[in-house]
Design a binder for this molecule. Sequence first.
Ligand SMILES: CCCCCCCCCCCCCC(=O)SCCNC(=O)CCNC(=O)[C@H](O)C(C)(C)COP(=O)(O)OP(=O)(O)OC[C@H]1O[C@@H](n2cnc3c(N)ncnc32)[C@H](O)[C@@H]1OP(=O)(O)O
Ligand SMILES: Cc1cc2nc3c(=O)[nH]c(=O)nc-3n(C[C@H](O)[C@H](O)[C@H](O)COP(=O)(O)OP(=O)(O)OC[C@H]3O[C@@H](n4cnc5c(N)ncnc54)[C@H](O)[C@@H]3O)c2cc1C
Length: 669
Amino acid sequence: MATGGVNADLAKERERATFDSEQLTNFLYRGPEKVRRKRYLQNLAIQDPVFKKAPLWAFLNREQQYATALKKHLHAYRRIQELGITEPVEKFYYREAAAPHENSPIGLHESMFIPTIEKQATEEQKRKWLPLCHSLKMIGTYAQTELGHGTFIRGLETTATYDPVAKEFILSTPKLTAMKYWPGNLGKTTNHCLVMAQLITKGKNHGIHMFMLQTRDMETHQPLPGIELGDIGPKFGFFDNDNGYMILKDVRIPRENMFMRYYKVLEDGTYVTPPGDRLNYLSMVLLRSAITSMIGQHLSQACIIAIRYSAVRRQTEISPGGEEAQVLDYQTQQYKLFPALATSYAMLMAGRFMYDFYLKTTAQIEKGDLGTMPQLHALSAGLKAFSTWECTAAIEVCRMSCGGHGYSHASGIPKIYVDATPGCTYEGENTVMMLQVARFLMKMYTNLQKGQELPSFVQYMTKSLDTKSCMKEEVAPKCLVMAYEHRASRLIKAAADAIQAMVMSGSSPQEAWNKNTVPLTWAALAFCHMFVVKNFFEMVEDAKMDGQTKAAFMALCKLYAVNGVITHLGEFIQDGYLNNQQVQYIQKSLLDLLAEIRPNAVALVDAFDYPDAILQSCLGRYDGQVYQALYDFAKSSPLNEKEVLDSFFDYVKPVQQELEAMNQPMARL
Ligand SMILES: CCCCCCCCCCCCCC(=O)SCCNC(=O)CCNC(=O)[C@H](O)C(C)(C)COP(=O)(O)OP(=O)(O)OC[C@H]1O[C@@H](n2cnc3c(N)ncnc32)[C@H](O)[C@@H]1OP(=O)(O)O
Ligand SMILES: Cc1cc2nc3c(=O)[nH]c(=O)nc-3n(C[C@H](O)[C@H](O)[C@H](O)COP(=O)(O)OP(=O)(O)OC[C@H]3O[C@@H](n4cnc5c(N)ncnc54)[C@H](O)[C@@H]3O)c2cc1C
């Protein structure tokens, strides 16, 4: 353990902040009462001896990591029930504190399997399955992706063929590429899964549908006949999880195992048409809607670590013989870290909007109103892709900004990165998601041309493109938002014009689309960026907090917007919307904002309110005693348990002896 109180530099940082970080914490977690409850639940978990005694993941091999993750998450699952915690966000606080760096081997059971039963199963199916799920007799996952197809789910090859005589479906993965591959926790942990398969009845393929499949015996845990399954091996991250593969050889399941809330097959094999399209994609939409907040949290942790460390780390004397500067005082370091910090807040705000929108829209869907599904799909796909791209890039910036120590697992950042980056791939590969957004935007653009009403969040398309920016020396939020709207509008028009021109000269619409997918993704990205900026400004303006806290928060918000203009400058100036003078105002504003944020940087990360026990970072400690912590971490490496390792005698000694013998003068003759 490190000793010595709070590092003097870090203490000074907290004293010089111009606002009270607790106010921002209260805003982030939706009120002081919720903050109090969060801390209470986190402390319960942190003090629990089962979690406290668990070994640090970094020194364990894969099997040990899996076992530790399983033990911790199962204990957390049980304690959550004992403590009567029912709110999803409260369960999250408890679980995060219980197992901060262990990905849950029952994560898919909780995040996709149970929610899918709740949303897609009939009342009878729910009565049968949910109690078994809650007692963990049934542990399930979501088995959709196959070896040959992940993105193109209409192309999945697993079949579910209905046999009206036996009143059963026959599940089969008829070739190598059809085997299920990747589903989380499928390999070793779960005994059930929800299988996505092509439904064939009365000789007709009705496309992909969901089926409940028991994969293992509920007592012995042995795989059931006709099912071969296992772990897919180590990965870049999620080391402690058993993503799995599964081969099905004509496995029979009862007709009642098809999820039949919206889609039905009658006993005689008649297919009943559902009330709407793509309802069985809703489980993906749920997780996509949650990812923006999740990835924003990952980045906020990386920012805490990198910014606290940069306040403690001193490197290079500024004037000869003078004191070495805190690296956070270098403008270049600020330019790395403050945009990352602003991005984390921007994504937390976007995630807040997204999840509320998901709840509102799914409540309408539950009532049979499917009208807002396209908006929900576009926004959840777009924000998922945009936020994971932006945040993973920023996490890597945080890591590198910690110099050499950022490369060590002692910093905590490499683990954050490897667990965050698959967010760009799972729940829909990001480019593919952006193309779904582009598809929606093109539809909206066509509707606009036909004079139809547009949903509120694409109203910006109605504004004339024949304008110039209102940006003045004092860079105003209104002008920044308008610049983002202009860019988004212009890019969708440019893509639409290019497609239309190709169609006019004889290409098919599909061909024209495929020849323009790059500009289409630019347009989709610009839309998402605009949405995040606008939402961030709106949330800061509406936030109930004192003037100083709001000013500190607003500086971050402005930085997010200003930095985005500079990073994508070409797209803002291509049509002359911003002139040279205005670009200079924005560049100056960026530097001014870095200086304005500097005294508040530590308080702004303190506001995220992560206890050390969750961060588990030698560099991100609240007390800033990083060097003692790094030394302690090194001392605890298992390689240091013995002064001289057996491998020295096994390998080094014999080779030394051989080389010595070879190099004897006599031996060379
Ligand atoms: C609990 C705590 C622990 C948590 C731990 C968790 C850690 C995480 C663990 C990791 C867990 C990872 C878990 C995993 O990874 S689970 C596996 C995730 N897999 C995917 O996400 C696959 C991605 N692919 C797709 O979603 C589809 O194939 C896409 C969408 C690409 C195309 O699809 P399709 O080929 O069918 O469609 P189309 O392009 O012809 O377009 C046709 C129309 O359909 C509309 N459309 C499309 N989609 C939707 C939709 N959703 N709602 C409403 N509408 C939709 C579309 O707008 C268009 O409309 P229109 O233009 O005609 O009007
Ligand atoms: C950690 C992790 C956990 C996962 N958990 C689960 C799970 O629980 N359940 C489950 O079912 N699956 C799971 N998956 C699988 C995941 O959902 C898929 O990997 C993901 O949907 C991407 O599909 P893919 O692998 O087929 O990528 P591909 O589609 O093969 O992507 C390869 C490249 O092709 C490009 N591409 C593909 N199609 C197009 C197109 N139409 N237009 C332009 N470019 C295109 C992509 O942009 C990408 O660059 C998991 C994956 C990971 C990494």
